[in-house]
Write a protein that binds this ligand. Structure first.
Ligand SMILES: Cc1cc2nc3c(=O)[nH]c(=O)nc-3n(C[C@H](O)[C@H](O)[C@H](O)COP(=O)(O)OP(=O)(O)OC[C@H]3O[C@@H](n4cnc5c(N)ncnc54)[C@H](O)[C@@H]3O)c2cc1C
Ligand SMILES: Nc1c(O)cccc1C(=O)O
Length: 495
């Protein structure tokens, strides 16, 4: 089939009934649920971009194997041009959502593509797992599916491993083998956008201990598989608040969910890894499923940081405070952060690594540096926005106030900004900023940037240990060589 339209994506959602729990009730029609309606439209727009002539040749290509047009996220890049073609889709999707939706379809499609192109890793453990991954990749590519994923165990007792938790099936684990497949039970977090996706892929970050064999699992199943329960967090917008009052929160909220598996059947052909702690621990570092999506995340993170920086600059300009050096310093800092990330990304793409298979991987050091910096740079951009907007962020009235005939005059007079910025202009801009820096929606975006890539504390430690391996600190040896030169000359004098 190849690329889908937005309508086809929505038809897919309508065709099935996953078990979705939202605010204490079961959702019976996900497409008609207020909270999901607009996010579904935003994702549908991304699918439609594949048919838009402005984007089609940039973000899709003709698949050599099938002759069908497919998304560039499914490319196994073997040339710098193909790497740029992948970047083009990340960028187009990020720009269409201002970088605010982290788990657009390209994210997991790139994870799956990397699993596919590095399936030889799985082959060493079980050729059938490798075969299953390859078949699944083609299925997702050719049906243009949208996946969610849950790779973390629920946050119960982090000081204990999976097999030491209170109940054997707190963390998702295998119950039994049947002729049809594995029966699995327990929970995983945190499946962003799960209610509006087609399928879920389960795997894990490393960290399994001996004894955790039943939890060492990777598989993919349709989101409406019987026994799979999607428990949504409390929504951060109700789907009813107006676009005027919440121009971002009303459009881009990504629902997060815990997935609870109640004796769910995973068919054998959908199983990618099972009962092998070593393979489960090596899956992430050895198959590029961290590094390839880091390219997507880096591009998206750059767009999000750029958006936040632009909003902060416009805020300052709109109320005439960017004449002050302190404000200029804050904004200059954001601009420099943004340009540093942009430069890192460019270097990551230029300094790619070529794997023995011929596949190109964008530079590890640069991508990991972006991942380490964004959890600090994005919150700082939000803080600067709060500092510049100050009390003004809390004076925005609602759409109904702005339109009320008795208030219109006051609105235009007392809510106007510096010359040229009307009351309406200023209120709209400040509402946009408040969605990012004040609303629960904005706090989630901040939390996302801190944690989407795993725990930043442990990630930075891993980065340092890897960095140390490739950095012999030879300049220090050079500097210390004065001592050996000195003792050599002393020896010469004695002789
Ligand atoms: C908005 C959002 C969306 C997300 N979307 C997804 C998604 O779609 N799919 C998905 O699979 N995951 C998703 N995640 C989950 C994300 O991968 C995890 O949040 C992340 O890996 C951190 O794990 P945790 O939240 O369980 O924190 P924990 O691991 O429980 O950490 C809690 C705190 O304890 C500290 N800590 C814990 N263990 C250690 C240790 N061993 N050593 C030192 N310090 C430690 C941490 O530094 C941290 O401060 C999302 C997260 C967020 C915030
Ligand atoms: N955060 C990630 C994820 O959720 C899936 C795959 C990779 C990552 C990552 O940032 O490395």
């Amino acid at each position: 089939m190849g690329i889908r339209t937005g309508d086809q994506y929505i038809q897919g959602l309508r065709s099935r009934q996953p078990e979705i729990w939202l605010q204490g009730r079961k959702v019976t029609n996900v497409c008609e649920e207020a909270v999901f309606r607009q996010p579904i439209q935003e994702i549908a727009k991304l699918y439609d971009m594949q048919y838009d002539e402005k984007y089609q040749d940039k973000i899709t290509h003709i698949c050599q194997e099938t002759g069908e047009r497919v998304n560039n996220a499914f490319l196994v890049a073997k040339t710098p041009e193909e790497l740029r073609a992948k970047r083009a889709v990340y960028e187009a999707y990020a720009e269409a959502t201002f970088g605010l939706m982290g788990r657009t379809p390209d994210f997991l499609n790139v994870v799956l593509t990397s699993l596919y192109s590095n399936a030889s890793f799985l082959e060493r453990y079980n050729p059938q797992w490798a075969e299953n991954v390859k078949t699944y990749y083609k299925h997702v590519r050719d049906q243009d599916l949208f996946l969610t994923h849950a790779i973390i165990n629920p946050q119960n007792d982090r000081s204990k491993s999976s097999h030491e938790q209170n109940d054997v099936y707190t963390h998702l684990g295998t119950v039994e083998e049947t002729p049809e497949g594995l029966i699995v039970k327990g929970a995983k977090m945190l499946a962003t956008l799960a209610p509006i996706t087609d399928e879920v892929i389960i795997y894990s970050f490393p960290g399994f201990q001996p004894g955790d064999e039943r939890y060492a699992l990777a598989f993919a199943i349709p989101i409406n598989t019987p026994g799979l329960r999607i428990i949504c967090r409390e929504p951060m917008q109700d789907g009813i608040r107006s676009v005027y009052d919440h121009p971002l929160a009303s459009r881009f909220e990504e629902m997060d969910a815990v997935l609870v598996f109640h004796d769910v059947l995973v068919p054998w052909e959908r199983l990618f890894l099972y009962n092998n702690v070593e393979a489960a621990n090596l899956l992430y570092p050895k198959t590029g499923i961290g590094q390839q999506p880091a390219h997507q995340s880096g591009v998206r993170g750059l767009v999000k940081l750029q958006f936040a920086t632009e909003v902060a600059m416009r805020l300052a300009d709109s109320i005439g405070v960017d004449i002050y050096p302190n404000v200029q310093n804050n904004l200059g800092e954001l601009a420099q952060s943004l340009e540093s990330v942009r430069a890192l990304l460019k270097t990551a793409e230029l300094e790619y690594e070529t794997l023995p298979s011929g596949e190109l991987m964008p530079g590890y050091i640069q991508l990991e540096t972006i991942r380490g910096l964004l959890p600090k740079l994005y919150p700082r951009a939000i803080e600067v926005m709060q500092i510049i907007g100050a009390g003004g962020l809390l004076m925005s009235p609602t759409d109904s106030d702005m339109e009320h005939p008795e208030l219109v005059e006051d609105m235009e007079k007392f809510y106007a900004g510096r010359k040229g910025i009307s009351g309406t202009d200023r209120v709209r801009l400040f509402k946009l900023a408040w969605d990012l820096c004040g609303e629960a929606f904005g706090q989630r975006l901040l939390q996302y940037e801190r944690y989407y890539t795993g725990d930043p504390v442990r990630k930075l430690a891993i980065f340092y240990n890897n960095y140390k391996k490739s950095h012999a600190c030879t300049m220090v040896d050079d500097a210390l060589s004065v001592y050996s030169a000195k003792s050599a000359s002393q020896t010469e004098q004695v002789l």
